[in-house]
Design a protein around this ligand. Sequence first.
Ligand SMILES: C[S@@+](CC[C@H](N)C(=O)[O-])C[C@H]1O[C@@H](n2cnc3c(N)ncnc32)[C@H](O)[C@@H]1O
Length: 306
Amino acid sequence: MNAPHPIPYQGSKRKIAKHILAYFPPDIDVLIEPFAGSAAITIAAALAGKASHFHINDLNAPLMALWDAIIHSPLDLSQKYAHLWQEQQRNPRQYYDSVRNEFNRTHKPEHLLYLLARCVKASVRYNPKGEFNQSPDNRRLGRHPTRMSEDIRAVSGLLRGRVTITAQDYKKTLDWVGQKTLVYMDPPYQGVSGNSDHRYYQRIDFDEFMQFLAHLTSQEIPFILSYDGRTGTKTYGRELPLELQMRRIEVKAGPSTQATLLGRKAITYEALYLSKALVERLGAEIDTIVERQSRPSSRQLALFEV
Ligand SMILES: C[S@@+](CC[C@H](N)C(=O)[O-])C[C@H]1O[C@@H](n2cnc3c(N)ncnc32)[C@H](O)[C@@H]1O
């Protein structure tokens, strides 16, 4: 069954969700996503019955207000999105700019949904003043309201009544941590691109994050971390300290879009780090999962999905 995904979001883990879910222990009650974005792993986990309560968090407050509207006011949000989508038809380019101005003034959820559906690469970009400044993708008008409302309704049905939504720094999201908690983390990309990059929410302090991981490790909290990866032989992302005793696993994410655009063939692999506590919980099962995922049948499926 395809997972619904109302929020188009650059960097979404939707396509590799099933590979990540494979490492969930069977007895998880609460799943926490401190860097939720489009919450692809939470949605996939809810659909697969992998946990009974979910905590989604992201520093981007308007994004979490959008999540609140998706889950708690699906009909109202769908109607507002449909209205914007219809109204844009006369002059889509100009209309996008007017919605963007309005969003920067009011931070209304329906405006953010419209902007994400229409902007270049579904990529959230803010200027130093905190204003959304991504341009529209003029080749498309954004997802049709009928399909959008189907996905909104489906996600609301999956999560309503069993989700906690917060908009704070990731370090404050551990209130729910108990014996049967799993934390899935997909922090902003840790590449070395310069600071002129105006993607407002795209950086966290490396050392602070390592301290956070060390804390989770010392508390024996099971977590899965998406961090670095490689395309062909080119790796990206910084190396993580060995003393955290995490196990690194590679997941085949599919052909690299960048390489394909340049007429080259290269496969991207994304790394998953399993915490020491999780490795101990899963025991020898981990090797079986790794082996199962590398079989030709699952490889073909991954390619097909891309
Ligand atoms: C790579 S994206 C997560 C994508 C997500 N896994 C998905 O499937 O859509 C990283 C997210 O971290 C958020 N973020 C950045 N700094 C943060 C912080 N200090 N605390 C919490 N979230 C943060 C960003 O707003 C962004 O949505």
